[in-house]
Design a protein around this ligand. Structure first.
Ligand SMILES: O=C(O)c1cccc(C(=O)CC[C@H]2O[C@@H](n3cnc4c(=O)[nH]cnc43)[C@H](O)[C@@H]2O)c1
Length: 274
């Protein structure tokens, strides 16, 4: 099967041999390796000018997965993901789907440690302007916030394909909601409450999803974000982190996600590019 992302169509190639191509962008190598453990075989290394991909070759009828440790934070994640997308496009083998994946903070009680969250919306939570005028301050004196869209610029939310999110959630048992992208990890109960007040559907926060999604959108390629919760969003407590459990959950999730990605037909799906 060959997917033509530019047209947003899933079509069968004349040869019927080309598998769908999926780019999975994690922040750090341990997350990339947790994803790789869901698949058979040893990834091959594909050097790019500014990064190295770990490539998992498809089993018959499967997808080809390129795994990228894209860096921590939305800026580096966007730059690395854009580089990989551009390299693939120039090779004439563009990706059909980008997945932002890794550990993240979960908002309690809905997303406890070791649970999974899939993004229905990927939202930049701190891209905008602080204000004590419009949009705030709150009764308790917390400053208000205007998203960058209210300032007349860009976007703050990307929407993954709805049907794909639904099917992926059914397969993995992930909860679905908004995943926030932040440049500063939340470290107080007050900030956690502030974020939830502004984004009532938020289940998790992490630092890369919006950057990965911006790069995907520039290439008109659909995007997913999946987070395995390593810690609660709130007061800083490193002793309470469950990174090992979250990485194990990520591996299990990709084992269940792969058949869904491979059978996904974007024909009827709502995406950010429509
Ligand atoms: O030192 C701290 O207090 C601290 C708290 C949370 C996360 C960090 C990191 O350095 C990890 C950043 C890394 O992991 C993702 N992540 C994991 N948990 C969260 C979170 O609660 N809020 C935001 N990001 C989180 C993130 O995507 C980065 O890749 C340090």
């Amino acid at each position: 099967m060959e997917l033509h992302a530019q047209e947003g169509l899933l079509t069968t190639s004349p040869s019927g041999t080309a598998p769908p191509r999926v780019l999975v962008a994690t922040a750090v190598p341990v997350e990339r390796d947790a994803v790789a453990r869901a698949f058979d075989g040893t990834p091959s290394r594909v050097p790019l000018p500014a990064a190295t991909l770990a490539r998992l070759l498809p089993h018959p009828g499967g997808a080809e997965y390129d795994l990228l440790a894209a860096g921590v934070g939305p800026g580096l994640a966007a730059a690395s993901t854009a580089g990989a997308l551009t390299a693939a496009a120039l090779r004439g083998t563009p990706y059909d789907l980008v997945v932002s994946a890794g550990i993240g903070g979960g908002f309690l009680p809905d997303a406890p440690p070791a649970s999974l969250v899939l993004a229905e919306e990927i939202t930049a939570a701190d891209l905008g302007a602080e204000t004590d005028g419009a949009g705030g301050p709150g009764a308790d004196g917390t400053p208000g916030f205007l998203p960058v869209t209210d300032l007349g610029f860009g976007t703050v939310t990307h929407l993954p394909p709805a049907a794909l999110v639904r099917r992926a959630a059914e397969a993995t048992g992930a909860r679905t909601g908004t995943v926030l992208t932040v440049s500063t990890v939340t470290g107080t109960a007050r900030r956690a409450a502030e974020l939830r007040a502004r984004h009532p559907r938020a289940l998790a926060e992490a630092m890369e999803g919006f950057g990965v999604a911006e790069a995907a959108a520039a290439h008109r390629t659909p995007v997913l974000e999946i987070r395995a919760v390593s810690n609660p969003v709130g007061p800083r407590d490193r002793a309470a982190w469950r990174i090992g459990d979250a990485l194990a959950a990520l591996t299990v999730a990709f084992g269940k996600l792969a058949p869904v990605l491979e059978s996904w037909n974007p024909h009827d799906d709502r995406t950010d590019r429509d």
